[in-house]
Design a protein around this ligand. Structure first.
Ligand SMILES: CC(C)(COP(=O)(O)OP(=O)(O)OC[C@H]1O[C@@H](n2cnc3c(N)ncnc32)[C@H](O)[C@@H]1OP(=O)(O)O)[C@@H](O)C(=O)NCCC(=O)NCCS
Length: 192
């Protein structure tokens, strides 16, 4: 599995199964860090079935086989929004978490949302690092913490950045789809 530069795409209801597969592949520790509890498979499936792709936004990074290797769920709550991030274990450390975070933030700015927050366990050094790096303020309460980011207003540049990011990501996704099709034809018709 190879991933070039991570370009998050916007997910739609047709991606529900692929998203469920991504969450189900997270081990118990990662599920606890992502959902706050070790969610069993049935509840992961219920969670995904209940996700509202119209009200919320979900952005994801896929690999060459179009499998989701990282996702951010942006759940809107008035003028604020909660981010839930996850990257598959074997795809970490390649900038996917950073790319998903930035994609979510530019979208929130352009949607007029003023505050983004993330619920993190204090032991979660990777997400704490990511939060601090992106200027989030962290409020500790025992083993749990909330990270907040006050968002700037939208500007012509932020609209352009989002438009460009979305188009590049859609172009890269279409390329991966065609390449996968070409691979399967090659496997079918290759001599021997
Ligand atoms: C947190 C998470 C999303 C990061 O994903 P990722 O794709 O590895 O992130 P990136 O590669 O973009 O970068 C992670 C950054 O954290 C740093 N990092 C990774 N592990 C770290 C650790 N244990 N301690 C401190 N920093 C760490 C990396 O060095 C990198 O730093 P940089 O951006 O300054 O180079 C991923 O680890 C994950 O899915 N964890 C399980 C679920 C979770 O914790 N979700 C968050 C709760 S909402």
């Amino acid at each position: 599995m190879r991933i070039s530069r991570p370009l998050p795409i916007r997910l739609h209801t047709s991606h529900r199964t692929a998203l469920a597969e991504h969450f189900l592949a997270l081990g118990p520790d990662d599920r606890r860090l992502r959902f706050g509890t070790v969610l069993p498979d049935e509840l992961v499936l219920q969670y995904v079935a209940g996700m509202d792709f119209e009200r919320d936004e979900i952005f994801a990074v896929t690999d060459e086989d179009l499998r989701i290797v990282g996702a951010v769920h942006v759940a809107f709550a008035g003028h604020a929004a909660e981010l839930g991030l996850s990257v598959s274990e074997d795809s970490r450390g390649r900038g996917i978490g950073n790319a998903l975070f930035e994609r979510a933030v530019v979208h929130l700015r352009n949607s007029g949302v003023r505050c983004a927050y993330m619920h993190c366990l204090a032991e979660n050094q990777a997400v704490m690092h990511l939060a601090r790096k992106h200027g989030m303020k962290i409020m500790y309460a025992g083993s749990e913490s909330e990270a907040y980011l006050q968002l700037e207003s939208a500007t012509p540049t932020s609209y352009f950045v989002e438009w460009l990011g979305e188009n590049r990501a859609n172009g890269a996704e279409a390329f991966k789809r065609n390449a996968r099709l070409a691979r399967s034809w090659f496997e079918l018709f290759a001599p021997g």
